[in-house]
Design a protein around this ligand. Structure first.
Ligand SMILES: Nc1ncnc2c1ncn2[C@@H]1O[C@H](COP(=O)(O)OP(=O)(O)OP(=O)(O)O)[C@@H](O)[C@H]1O
Ligand SMILES: [Mg+2]
Length: 275
């Protein structure tokens, strides 16, 4: 069974106790705003995610997509509004507690330790620690449960054969796979992917899309992706942000046909920045 799809371990009583209302949507944003000085980076955004849903968040550069993720993960506190995880208000909860409750993410900017191997990076992710503390437990044996999680996350990310490779010697595509594996090893129930395919070649994108498609079915996933064609092929529902506001939410076909969405994208060379 995959990393995120396995049943909750006996060692997580806290998580079970805190997850109060399993009938509630896994995530709710209620009128969330994030202001930086005079700028409303996120402006009164309300949205809901069902358990197991695949959602894309799209929109031009600076639309507020990453800021929205930061409000969900707790890196940034909203200036207004509420964030609920399974009905529980987590608006003021620190990021590490949210991660413990099951929110995982990958970052828009690569976040790996280049001189360490795949296995070592995975162990850091598992322990939620930094390389400076790594030597304290480098010699420790992993518990069989941790080892199983690590194996499953590498398997899902198609990196099982690269365990001993050093990040520095891996292709960029493999590095992005490792970032995914590092998010999966904590077995999130809600996974936020911030442009996981950015900077990949066309071939690498196809491969990465297959990996994303193969994620456990019960894992709720939100994908930020500039390549609209790619994003719309991977999700069942789409939220379009523009200037911090929700412009429209709809299924992929309706989004493709939506004039307001076309207008937002038309004449905006948002791919050029990444070329
Ligand atoms: N820490 C910050 N301090 C001040 N302004 C910020 C901060 N983070 C983001 N912004 C601004 O908020 C707006 C939204 O930024 P954000 O990074 O969320 O956009 P995005 O949709 O992720 O864009 P991109 O597609 O380029 O990644 C931008 O105008 C950005 O400059
Ligand atoms: Mg961003």
């Amino acid at each position: 069974m995959s990393a995120a799809g396995a049943p909750l371990p006996a060692v997580s009583p806290l998580r079970l106790r805190i997850a109060t209302d399993v009938t509630a949507p896994i995530l709710q944003l209620q009128n969330v705003s994030v202001r930086f000085g005079g700028l409303s980076a996120v402006d009164q955004v309300s949205l809901e995610l069902r358990q197991g849903e695949r959602r894309a968040v799209i929109g031009p550069n600076g639309a507020g997509k990453t800021t929205l993720f930061n409000a969900i993960t707790g890196v940034i506190r909203p200036s207004a509004g509420r964030v609920l995880l399974e009905g529980r208000d987590i608006t003021r909860m620190p990021p590490n507690r949210r991660a413990y409750l099951g929110i995982g993410r990958t970052f828009q900017i690569t976040n790996l330790f280049a001189n360490l191997t795949v296995a070592e990076n995975m162990r850091l992710a598992l322990r939620g620690t930094s390389p400076s503390k790594f030597r304290l437990f480098a010699a420790d044996r992993l518990t069989s449960e941790d080892a199983a999680r690590l194996d499953a996350a590498l398997e899902t990310s198609r990196l099982a054969h690269r365990r001993q490779a050093t990040v520095r010697e891996m292709s960029y595509g493999e590095q992005r796979q490792l970032e995914l594996a590092m998010a999966l090893v904590l077995r999130p129930r809600l996974l936020l992917l911030d442009e996981p395919a950015a900077g990949l070649s066309a071939m690498e994108r196809i491969y990465f899309a297959e990996i994303v498609k193969g994620l456990p079915k019960d894992l709720t996933m939100v994908l930020i992706e500039h390549d609209m064609d790619l994003a719309l092929r991977l999700v069942d529902y789409v939220s379009v942000l523009n200037h911090g506001r929700l412009l429209v939410e709809a299924d992929p076909d309706s989004i493709r046909a939506n004039e307001a969405v076309q207008e937002v994208y038309l004449g905006k060379p948002h791919h050029a920045r990444r070329a």
